[in-house]
Design a protein around this ligand. Structure first.
Ligand SMILES: *[C@@H]1O[C@H](CO)[C@@H](O)[C@H](O)[C@H]1NC(C)=O
Ligand SMILES: *[C@@H]1O[C@H](CO)[C@@H](O)[C@H](O)[C@H]1NC(C)=O
Ligand SMILES: *[C@@H]1O[C@H](CO)[C@@H](O)[C@H](O)[C@H]1NC(C)=O
Ligand SMILES: *[C@@H]1O[C@H](CO)[C@@H](O)[C@H](O)[C@H]1NC(C)=O
Ligand SMILES: *[C@@H]1O[C@H](CO)[C@@H](O)[C@H](O)[C@H]1NC(C)=O
Length: 402
């Protein structure tokens, strides 16, 4: 008798869990990426829960948001608490707190712009994101009880007004790519593809999972381009000082240096000695173009006339450690600052810059970059323009309800 009941129960459980993880035909989630103009910089956010904007941070160990008191406090003895507390910066010591006999986890998120930190309480929050077939949104997916930090509103200083917090995209086990890898580990691969919109476009997209990542083909509107199929790969390099992403670069006269990827610096930043060498080489290559007084923060500006039309601006190849190259076309290299003046968007990071080279958002825009955490590699498309595609026109119209 007892045996039968058990059997019945386990059949019921099986049926239920199949329903909970209902949409197995798709393996990819998608969310919009918006561009925000801050005081001195441009930042990007991911939109979750149908309208909450979180500034994306490739380094942050966990996500955090502005919140008065945690709705679902995290217990001190949980695994997530131990991980979060291992990232407490020395400048922000914080102990766990007790309510009666219950121990509640506290951590210390860091603002990616001001670098200030604040003791905060950990909480579980429901995060909602959409499944996609690669072309449009299908159904909403709830990731209930995701670890986030409940930070004091003062920690948002210098972040765009529209943002309610920071979305972590780092290698940490608490970051969004880990949260969105479902418990079964079958549906969504631990990888994400970032398609930052260019200055002119309204919004880009971030995909979690394998793809496909279709983009409309403007060269042939009857077709589309699967950006997952145009990727070249290079190994991602770990760095003990950071949870972020690094690649080995041997070329562009910056031999043997690791490059860090950051969406929180607007322009690629080189340490002074490398910058000087680079500028010298670039000037030489752009010989036919008339140079003019530079416009802050740039060091090298040119006059573009309708006759040369920017065609004399060289393209740049980042020579990668594994023999591949990442081409940076002029659209990701120069920015128009006046009617006929354009500037080279690489900037001098000073003598004491922490990293030799940090690749900035302007260089990543309209490129699809796939960060594959399981295989520890970066897939990059270079500019999508030659493929007839952009990052800016994903169809985020919601057909049904979340
Ligand atoms: C913006 O840049 C100016 C000039 O470089 C600097 O003085 C100011 O502190 C910066 N503001 C912020 C919020 O970073
Ligand atoms: C944490 O607790 C220890 C031991 O009670 C105490 O010495 C320390 O001052 C506390 N630190 C903070 C930041 O409250
Ligand atoms: C997640 O929470 C929402 C309400 O916040 C609820 O409607 C939904 O059923 C929950 N999903 C799961 C899988 O528990
Ligand atoms: C990157 O370069 C360093 C130094 O040349 C080397 O030790 C390391 O193995 C390289 N990493 C990858 C992932 O190729
Ligand atoms: C965008 O998606 C919606 C909902 O799936 C659909 O009704 C609409 O036709 C799509 N728009 C375009 C331009 O494809």
């Amino acid at each position: 008798m007892k045996r039968n009941t058990l059997l019945l129960l386990s059949i019921l459980t099986l049926t239920l869990s199949t329903e909970v993880f209902a949409p197995p035909s798709y393996h990819t989630l998608v969310a919009p990426i918006l561009q925000h103009y801050g005081t001195n910089t441009t930042l990007y956010s991911i939109t979750l829960n149908g309208g909450e904007h979180y500034i994306i941070d490739l380094d942050a160990p966990f996500s955090w948001y502005r919140c008065r008191s945690p709705r679902h406090p995290v217990a001190c003895n949980s695994g997530a608490c131990a991980v979060a507390r291992s990232y407490i910066p020395p400048s922000c010591p914080v102990n766990n707190t007790f309510t009666g006999r219950r121990c509640h986890c506290n951590d210390a998120p860091v603002n990616p712009i001001t670098k200030s930190c604040a003791p905060s309480q950990s909480t579980y929050k429901d995060l909602v994101i959409y499944w996609t077939n690669g072309r449009f949104l299908t159904t909403g997916m709830h990731f209930n009880r995701s670890y986030v930090s409940c930070a004091p509103p003062s920690l948002l200083q210098s972040l765009p007004e529209e943002a309610i917090g920071v979305g972590a995209l780092s290698r940490s086990s608490l970051s969004l790519p880990s949260v969105f890898t479902d418990p079964l580990g079958q549906l969504v691969a631990r990888k994400f593809a970032l398609c930052l919109p260019s200055w002119m476009e309204a919004r880009g997209a971030i995909f979690f999972g394998d793809g496909p990542y279709y983009r409309p083909n403007h060269l042939d509107p009857s077709t589309d381009v699967d950006a997952a199929k145009v990727l070249t790969y290079t190994p991602l390099q770990g760095d003990s000082r950071s949870l972020g992403y690094f690649i080995n670069v041997t070329g562009i006269s910056i031999n043997g240096n690791h490059m860090k990827l950051s969406t929180n610096v607007p322009y690629t930043t080189l340490k002074s000695n490398l910058f000087k060498t680079f500028i010298r080489a670039f000037k030489k290559a752009a010989k036919g173009v008339f140079q003019v007084t530079s416009v802050d923060p740039f060091r090298l500006c040119f006059i573009i006339s309708s006759t040369n039309n920017g065609k004399l601006i060289p393209q740049i190849d980042l020579m990668l450690g594994n023999g591949e190259k990442w081409t940076i076309y002029p659209s990701n290299l120069i920015m128009q600052v006046d009617d006929n003046v354009v500037c080279l968007t690489f900037v001098d990071g000073g003598e004491t810059a922490e990293h030799a080279v940090v690749i900035g958002a302007y260089q990543m825009a309209s490129n699809l970059l796939q960060f594959d955490l399981d295989q520890s590699r970066l897939g990059f498309s270079s500019s999508l323009y030659p493929h007839g595609a952009t990052c800016g026109d994903f169809n985020f119209t919601v057909a049904g309800t979340v």
